[in-house]
Design a binder for this molecule. Structure first.
Ligand code: M6R
Length: 610
């Protein structure tokens, strides 16, 4: 979704803003723009539909815009088609206010009508322009008063960067439901939608909380709460390297992130295992509380939801408590049955997905205790949860998640073991076996990745398929959901994931000679049943690529056309291994088809609108 960058200091702002925007490209966008204030020219705005390169070319890398204060924006269209005029920054009719916005102004139509009745002429079709025009409408030579009055009229979600030509020694940043972070240098300040845009210049950052506003000058900043009272903020030091957000020799971020999974898994899991035991220092659950749980609600979207689908199998088997997995966008409007004895497990890489965030708030309102799994430190979901466990995946840039999925999954294993241990629902033998196997997962992942050429070969056989089915049972079905989503997202091939036993209740009518079916058959207890399902699709002419564990390869080779294999492990950990060939399969197919792998069409990394 939209990306915001702001800079105020002594250097030329435009090249820094362009660099910041390039680091936000991964969020997904369709147009981009810059506004820079210079003493000689006042405010100059350049904006254009299309990729950042077009903006770069138009401004000669920023060289044509002079001034040490400015705002930049990448837009993911919601209201109004992608076009030059709908791109941000938006400027008020008299040219005094410049605004960049991420989010949706829900009451923009009525505000627009109100302003039009007052004679204001709008240039764009966007909801965002009303903010600039409203600021101008309320302006009586007091910038902050105009901001205060404008905010009082806005409904919806917004992160705003505001520049006033009458007060170019400051920027104003406002955050409501859409993330914003401030970056602090010795003689400059920045603001951005996330830290990747500022990390090249400073590692000292402050996360704005919901409802907060910051007045930023080159020398410093002051944050105010929603009642305009000053608040003291904690500064954070970002400790990852800028190289973590760069491709490092890989053709795509997705390829790099797939290859980083063994290390990401190690970082997330190993520090939390001591002397053969899972130690979650950040959590303080007790047996009594867990015993009284009526339900665990897992709430998430997209791939994070697929992690929840796997976790359901593992949690229910180990904890013997009912687990419901809810799509966050559905949860909130479904009158969910949540009590004070419900635990909500909220899963989100970004920690900013608006559907997940609002569903989490609803769960809390209804009395649930919220435990979240989040990758981005300081994100909204992390801060609003009762308990949070961070995945230490590092920044994930490709829109299609890989290492975040894997580390989220890893944390669900640790939570399952930690709860089962407290509840005494797991035998000592199984507990020790799973812990030992967990420590072997990174090495096994390295083995799988070393054989990626064979997956590339299968991809070269099937990259022209119009449609691909993924089938599996139990945990294999849940992994198939993720394999299918990966493929759809980046290769644009139609795909469906089906519980293998359900196929014959309708979908099997779509199987015809040559249809590709990826059959997941790694879950031991249902292996024989899966073989029957594979035979069913083979008899209708399907081509089958099987996916199984080493010890069962022979069984499936007799039926399938091709087989991808992963090392054996404890059944509950299979998703961590199985998902990797599926990620690679999607990646190589998309590569063969010449797709824009890191920035697939229509998609955004962090979905901050409902
Ligand atoms: O940041 P989140 O984990 O909350 O994001 C949820 C989904 O938008 C995300 O998993 C999406 O499905 C991915 N692009 C899938 O690769």
């Amino acid at each position: 979704m939209c990306g915001i960058v702001g800079f105020i200091g002594k250097e030329e702002a435009a090249p820094i803003l362009l660099d910041g925007l390039s680091r936000l490209e991964y969020r997904g966008y369709d147009s981009a723009g810059l506004a820079v204030y210079g003493e000689d020219n006042g405010v100059r705005v350049v904006k254009t539909k299309g990729r950042l390169q077009a903006l770069f070319d138009l401004t000669q890398g920023g060289a044509t815009l002079h001034g040490a204060v400015g705002l930049g924006h990448t837009r993911w269209a919601t209201h109004g088609e992608p076009s030059d005029v709908n791109s941000h920054p938006h400027v008020s009719e008299r040219g005094r206010f410049v605004v960049v916005h991420n989010g949706i102004i829900e009451n923009y139509a009525e505000l627009r009508e109100f302003l039009q009745r007052k004679g204001v002429r709008f240039a764009s079709q966007t909801d965002s322009e009303v903010v600039a025009q409203l600021l101008e409408y309320h302006y009586r030579e007091d910038f902050l008063e105009a901001v205060r009055k404008t905010l009082g009229q806005l409904r919806g979600a917004y992160a705003l960067g505001i520049l006033c030509a009458d007060a170019p020694d400051k920027l104003v940043a406002v955050r409501k439901d859409s993330p914003l972070v401030l970056g602090h240098g010795d003689d400059f300040q920045m603001l951005a939608s996330d830290v990747t845009a500022v990390i090249k210049y400073t590692r000292e950052v402050t996360y704005l909380d919901n409802g907060e506003l910051a007045i930023i000058t080159a020398q410093g900043f002051q944050v105010y709460d929603s009642y305009f009272q000053p608040v003291e903020k904690e500064r954070h030091h970002v400790d990852w390297e800028i190289s973590a957000a760069e491709k490092g020799g890989y053709e795509h971020f997705m390829a790099k992130e797939i290859m980083e999974q063994p290390e990401a898994f190690r970082k997330t899991v190993f520090p939390r295992i001591r002397d053969g035991r899972v130690v979650l220092d950040d959590l303080c659950f007790d047996r009594d509380y867990l015993g009284k749980l009526d339900k665990i609600y897992i709430i998430a979207c997209g791939s994070s939801y697929h992690v929840g689908m796997v976790a359901k199998y593992n949690f229910e088997r180990l904890l013997r408590k009912p687990v419901e997995v809810a799509l966050a966008s559905e949860f909130r409007y479904s009158e969910p049955i949540v009590t004070k004895s419900t635990l909500a497990l909220v899963i989100s890489q970004s920690g900013e997905t608006i559907d997940t965030l609002t569903a989490m708030r609803e769960a809390k309102r209804l009395g649930a205790r919220v435990l979240s799994i989040v990758n981005v430190v300081g994100s909204s979901i992390a801060r609003e949860s009762d308990d949070v466990l961070y995945t230490w995946a590092g920044p994930e840039i490709a829109v299609a998640t890989t290492k975040a999925y894997s580390t989220q999954m890893a944390l669900t294993y640790l939570i399952a073991l930690y709860f089962a241990d407290l509840m005494q629902t797991i035998s000592r033998e199984e507990y020790s076996e799973v812990v030992s196997e967990l420590l072997l997962v990174p090495t096994k992942l390295e083995q799988i990745l070393a054989q990626r050429d064979s997956v590339q070969y299968f991809a070269s056989l099937y990259f022209n398929q119009p449609s691909i089915f993924f089938i599996g049972r139990n945990i294999d079905y849940a992994i198939g959901l993720e394999g299918s989503l990966k493929l759809k997202e980046i290769s644009y091939i139609h795909s469906e994931a089906y519980a293998a036993g359900e196929l014959k209740h309708g979908t099997i009518s779509l199987i015809e000679p040559g249809t590709l079916v990826v059959a997941l058959a790694s879950y031991g207890p249902l292996f024989e049943k899966m073989m029957s399902n594979i035979v069913e699709v083979k008899s209708r002419g399907a081509d089958v690529v099987g996916l199984t564990v080493e010890s069962r390869v022979e069984g499936i080779h007799r039926i399938a056309d091709h087989v991808m294999e992963v090392p054996d492990t404890h059944p509950m950990l299979l998703p961590s291994l199985d998902v990797v060939p599926l990620q690679l399969f999607a990646y190589y197919i998309a590569l063969q088809r010449g797709c824009d792998i890191d920035k697939p069409r229509n998609l955004a990394k962090s979905v901050t609108v409902e």
